[in-house]
Design a protein around this ligand. Sequence first.
Ligand SMILES: Cc1cc2nc3c(=O)[nH]c(=O)nc-3n(C[C@H](O)[C@H](O)[C@H](O)COP(=O)(O)OP(=O)(O)OC[C@H]3O[C@@H](n4cnc5c(N)ncnc54)[C@H](O)[C@@H]3O)c2cc1C
Length: 417
Amino acid sequence: MTMNCKPIPTLDDRINEIRLRTAEIVNEDILPNEHRLWAARQEGESMEHRREVLELRAEIKEKVRKAGLWAPHLPQEYGGMGLDFLAHAYMNEVLAYAIGAASLFGVVAPNSGNQSILVKYGTEEQKEKWLLPLIDGTMESGFSMTEPHNPGSDPRSLTTTAVEEGDNWVINGHKWFTSNGIAADFFIVMCRAVAAGAEPTKHDPMVQIIVPTNVPGVNIVRGIGIWGGKTSDHCEVKYEDVRVPKENALGHVGEGHQAAQDRLGAGRIYHCMNSVGQMWRAFDLMVERARTRQVHGGLLQDKQFIQGFIADSYIDIQAARLMTLHAAEKIDRGLQAARTDISAIKVFVPSAYGRVVDRAIQVWGAAGISNDLPLAAMFLGARTLRLADGPDEVHRILIAKNVLGQYAKGEGWDFGN
Ligand SMILES: Cc1cc2nc3c(=O)[nH]c(=O)nc-3n(C[C@H](O)[C@H](O)[C@H](O)COP(=O)(O)OP(=O)(O)OC[C@H]3O[C@@H](n4cnc5c(N)ncnc54)[C@H](O)[C@@H]3O)c2cc1C
């Protein structure tokens, strides 16, 4: 089934056109080829098959570029569409309907987040050396912040150090869940900057440092197996006396925490925009099956249990979608002002996504968890999102803190703004 995407009467023509052009590529080029595009991720495939898949991906990417739909998150001067967050959210719910489509439109985590911080914090030299190749796809990257022995929920606990020695930083630390670690040409590593000869303390300022992965001392220990799989591209990495030039610091020393928050703030809304598109897809699959499957003398669509699934999923999607659009609109007014809304969607949307996919799986029966349908992968993805980029509890704490802070100032919460 194709995605039903028609112009939205309240949107301006430009964004409606972007949505329609996106839907055309999703419906005509990506959905009919989804099985082949996924197959690249299966084990034991032949080289020829892999080449065919890569060619197909390249063809679709070229079509996306020609349609002026490449890299919606990047400014036009860097080859992107220069969309604001709201327009991006409207486009993204369409492109995310197809599995893996975001990468075919040039938005792929963690590269997209790294591109955004390089645009914001990078020097001209850093942009030339790292950002441009990342945009044209000749380089890959990772973001290396979380550590196995410290809580990722509290990034201020991190203990990886960067000591200034002459013209270099010398980095020592242990990270894990550095996504895209196998393919990455460089990592942006979150460190504490320690003065030469000083003992590290938890008050040392944070700094993000660009570390090429081929520098001696960058040891990729393993791709961590997740959800029962043997391995993944979420890597455990040890940094052992890694030396990189001082100019590899991204932004100023002390700006590291803020830069990471900027990156994660944007990343969180991208995750939610993707979830909305995927929920839409899961919903279509669920309704399609309910309309055709005969069980106990009648179609599933005529059973009230199933009608309940459809209604509850409709409510979950509408709520998640409107909250995401609202947060995107607020981000355009300033990331700080949107902090509460970003945390709210980061809790609500993955959880609603999980509920919708769960119901769709139930309606499909055994087929729902088979590899013939995208639902099983969506289910794991939705669950994973409740941890990645800050677990639910951390976001709930932030929401409550901001709300209580507002009331402490003697003002109620203004839900209209
Ligand atoms: C698929 C995936 C990809 C990832 N990619 C990256 C990446 O590219 N780069 C990177 O640096 N990191 C990455 N991460 C790591 C991710 O950011 C962390 O897992 C996350 O921040 C949580 O940190 P933690 O795992 O150390 O859990 P902890 O901080 O140990 O928290 C464990 C649990 O404690 C609970 N909790 C935490 N704080 C509180 C509190 N105050 N009150 C009550 N309960 C609380 C929460 O339920 C939480 O899940 C990835 C994670 C996943 C799952």
